[in-house]
Design a protein around this ligand. Structure first.
Ligand code: KIV
Ligand code: ZN
Length: 523
């Protein structure tokens, strides 16, 4: 291949696996399905849908995504253990193009302190794991965990052995985000030069962002010949996160002259997908985040604005529309029809079934009666609120609070569960929101310590909808919740109920695990 010929880089998205490992980011099945569909539409090559042995919820999500998502390879993660690999296959076998991803740590630190295994045993376990996976499907990826801190000779030895055993992708993780770009470049070059059978596999990288270098390290690896990059939407993931998909994709596209490499990503869907993932996980994108942040294309300085008016390229290296920032925030109103709403939903990154569209349209008409102009933010909130909470255990019905300065609030709250209504009437709390939260706890019999609470408007104007977000702690774990309404008190109640539903999903999953311990293993 000549130096200027363009290479195709495989984009392996792990938002639903490593991304979901971000504290408080857990998603329910409906949310995961929604994200998977958005990833398909973004045209990511591989979707790592989860770690099936980790929990029944993970298993179910991988299986459902494998059954329904079409167009991308669907991958399930497994340790080099028979039970893990068998369970991962049980979940991904329904996919049009399934992949099994097996991993085992190789660095001296992990060998000695975590695994208590010698080098020979590591190679043997890795080879056995890959062979078992190959017995199920031809597309098998192997990751030597903590590869960036593994002795180079040993890493070459493991890589050669797993490729001989049938691995078609070998992924080099910088598990703890320790590597510098020059380290990643060196290790990729070394593997390409010293591993005799390297041409039989795709070399991949998986970089964590502990030193803020995940994208730089991934780019350095691509420059050295890596053919696959593992990344997540908005860079979410364990600790400081992973390489951000939108940044690596746009870096490769913008500096095609430098890397001579490209991806098949539909870049216009980056912003809608980013927005969807932020809302599903409760992990906000900072305003100045590259590519998808609200300020990513905002020019403030007069000199810059002047330059932009004369010639856009003076200060802009990418066009906002190329990453999916809509040129206009098209306003809908009460005379807008179903087709306009469906079209808007698609532009915003949602694919609605006819039935879902019916529900959202009904809610849209109610909202359009309350407020004159319905903006993109309103439509997105309606969709998320109506569709994604459909599978929730508890739902909000109504509230009433009477309070005043120096008075203890009187609250009446009604929630619904399984078709029945449950209510609480009490005098409690430091203020109306506290009173509502206490009433939710009373009805659901669940305690959740509120760690963070924010309300902001979804769009503009006095009649704008308020979006409430809460972060709560229960049993040592963090959960988020989100609620939207034109009444900020109601939005707060919905957000707290949403968080309680997430707690219930995890608690019920744990109970199921205790009842069927054979189906899962600790991770
Ligand atoms: O960071 C890591 O090492 C991982 C592996 C499972 C690929 O996430
Ligand atoms: Zn990782």
């Amino acid at each position: 291949m000549s130096d200027t010929q363009e290479r195709k880089i495989v984009i392996f998205d792990t938002t639903l696996r490593d991304g979901e490992q971000s504290p408080g980011a857990s998603m329910n099945l409906t949310e995961k399905m929604e994200v998977a569909q958005a990833l398909v539409e973004l045209r990511v090559d591989v979707i790592e849908a989860g770690f099936p042995i980790a929990s029944p919820g993970d298993f179910e999500a991988v299986r459902e995504i494998a059954k329904h998502a079409r167009g991308s390879v669907i991958c399930g993660l497994a340790r080099c253990r028979d039970a893990d690999i068998d369970r991962a296959w049980e979940a991904v076998k329904y996919a049009e193009q399934p992949r099994l991803h097996v991993f085992l740590a190789t660095s001296a630190i992990h060998r000695e302190h975590k695994l208590k295994m010698g080098k020979e045993e590591i190679i043997q376990r890795a080879v056995e794991g890959v062979r078992r996976a190959v017995g199920y499907c031809p597309d098998v990826e192997f990751s030597p965990e903590d590869a960036s801190r593994t002795e180079h000779d040993f890493l070459c030895e493991v890589t050669r052995a797993v490729i001989d055993a049938g691995a078609t992708t070998v992924n080099i993780p910088d598990t703890v985000g320790y590597a510098m770009p020059a380290d990643m470049e060196r290790v990729i070059r070394l593997l390409r030069e010293r591993v005799a059978n390297i041409d039989r596999a795709v070399l991949s990288v998986h970089c964590h962002n502990d030193l803020g270098l995940a994208v730089a390290n991934s780019l350095a690896s691509v420059g050295a010949g890596a053919g696959q990059v593992e990344c997540t939407i908005n860079g979410i993931g364990e600790r400081a996160g992973n390489c951000s998909l939108e940044e690596i994709v746009m870096a490769l596209r913008t500096r095609r002259d430098f890397y001579h490499a490209g991806t098949q990503i539909v870049t216009q869907r980056l912003v809608p997908t980013s927005r969807l993932v932020a809302n599903m996980t409760g992990i906000h994108v900072q305003r100045n985040k590259a590519i998808v942040g609200q300020n990513a294309f905002a020019h403030e300085a007069g000199i810059h604005q002047d330059g932009m008016l004369k010639e856009r390229t003076t200060y802009e290296i990418m066009r906002p529309e190329d990453v999916g920032f809509a040129k206009t925030d098209l306003v809908l109103g009460k005379h807008s029809g179903r087709a306009a709403l469906a079209d808007r939903a698609r532009t915003l990154g949602y694919t609605l079934s006819a039935e879902q569209l019916d529900t959202v349209f009904e809610q849209f008409k109610i909202l359009a009666d309350k407020k004159k102009d319905v903006y993109d933010g309103d439509v997105a909130s309606l969709i998320e609120q109506q569709i994604l909470t459909a599978a929730e255990l508890w739902s909000f019905v109504s509230y009433r609070v009477t309070t005043g300065s120096g008075k203890t609030p009187e609250v009446e709250l009604v929630l619904e569960r399984g078709g029945g209504e449950f209510s609480a009437k009490m005098s409690c709390g430091d203020g109306p929101i506290d009173a509502i939260f206490l009433a939710v706890e009373e009805i659901t019999q669940t305690t959740a310590a509120c760690k963070d609470f924010q309300v902001h408007s979804v769009t503009v104007g006095k009649d704008a909808q308020g979006e409430a977000r809460v972060e709560v702690e229960h049993d040592g774990r963090t959960y988020h919740g989100r609620g939207v309404s034109t009444d900020s008190m109601e939005a707060s109640a919905k957000a707290f109920v949403n968080a309680i539903n997430r707690i219930a999903a995890v608690t019920n999953g744990r109970k199921r695990r205790e009842e069927h311990p054979d189906q899962t293993a600790p991770v």
